[in-house]
Design a protein around this ligand. Structure first.
Ligand code: ADP
Ligand code: MG
Length: 299
């Protein structure tokens, strides 16, 4: 079997089979970050993300934005757990022919994000490679009561999304602000049942919540915030790299949230969690259509 036929998620489930984890691991493979026992009231969060030249960025975008993106995608995953990032290590693959100034710029980008979110850059590794590769690992923390997994969506929950979706490849994917502030507001003030960040597209990532929670959902086309950069609704819900938060809260919490949301960042209620499995779109003409939760394919 070759990887293209197997697919990313079957590959990951092959990797995760037959692994004996210590009792300290609350959540291993399968969420936006691993969750590990820490203190009486908090867990450690641990996650990494890799960016490869010509796949996730072009060299011509400049080092600064690339460095900024490399750390921001990690912050987004920690935010999706309800936590705060604290430390990072950076592994870098760069060609010998690259100007040192370019690497300086990558680190300017990384450091700008680190400063903004108070993350300490505490190490890394450097190798030479044909294409530029940046892999950042982040260690963070979350209060136990604030942990938001993918697996706890409940029937009747309202589904919300921050910002707008689609067309991020036109530029937003390189220059976005991870929704850490918003996520912290949510978990500190509301009972968030499930949360994920949108990296592979709304349908695919909401699909992860549904799969992990063993639930279904109805999404209302007219409620989904489609970005000006997106081609249309159908591509907006499949495009990746939006780095918005999708989360579910009870109806009661949802009503309170809509009244209290203090940010300029848009907040949209896009649908509802259902007891029966399956993802459905309620089209603008009220027709209900079953839809496959697929988005960006890595292979
Ligand atoms: P995200 O999009 O939130 O970064 P991914 O889709 O990359 O998450 O990964 C899903 C889950 O699979 C995560 O828990 C991640 O840690 C795990 N994972 C991905 N690749 C590997 C790998 N090569 N080895 C072990 N775990 C992996
Ligand atoms: Mg994620």
């Amino acid at each position: 079997m070759i990887l293209r036929n197997l697919g990313e998620f079957n590959l990951i489930s092959r990797i995760s089979k037959g692994m004996k984890l210590s009792g300290k691991v609350i959540k291993g493979i399968g969420d936006d970050a691993a969750v590990i026992k820490h203190t009486k009231n908090s867990y450690l969060l641990f996650s990494c993300d890799m960016l490869l030249e010509d796949r996730h960025f072009k060299r011509s975008s400049g080092g600064y934005l690339i460095g900024k993106k490399a750390l921001s995608v990690n912050v987004s995953d920690i935010a999706a757990m309800g936590g705060v990032p604290e430390y990072c290590v950076v592994s870098l693959g760069v060609p010998g022919s690259l100007r040192a100034k370019y690497v300086d710029d990558i680190y300017k980008g990384i450091k700008a994000v680190a400063r903004k979110f108070k993350i300490d850059l505490v190490g890394g590794d450097t190798i030479s490679s044909k294409k530029i590769i940046i892999d950042i690992a982040v260690l963070g923390k979350v209060e136990k009561k604030n942990l938001a997994l993918r697996s706890d969506a409940r029937p009747g929950d309202w589904i919300f999304i921050t910002g707008s979706l689609g067309g991020s490849l036109k530029g937003r994917h390189l220059d976005f602000t991870p929704r850490l502030k918003e996520a912290r507001f949510l978990v500190n003030n509301f009972k968030v049942n499930a949360m994920i960040d949108v990296s592979d597209g709304l349908l695919a990532d909401l699909g992860h919540i549904l799969e992990e929670s063993k639930k279904g959902a109805d999404i209302y086309e007219r409620c989904v915030p489609v970005s000006r950069d997106a081609k249309d609704f159908d591509s907006a819900v499949r495009d990746g790299e939006d780095f918005e938060l999708v989360f579910t809260v009870s109806k009661r919490e949802g009503g309170r949230l809509i009244k209290k949301w203090p940010f300029k960042t848009r907040l949209s209620r896009i649908g509802e969690i259902c007891r029966d499995k399956g993802l459905y779109i309620i089209r603008e003409n009220e027709k209900k259509e079953k839809i496959r939760p697929v988005g960006y394919r890595h292979f």
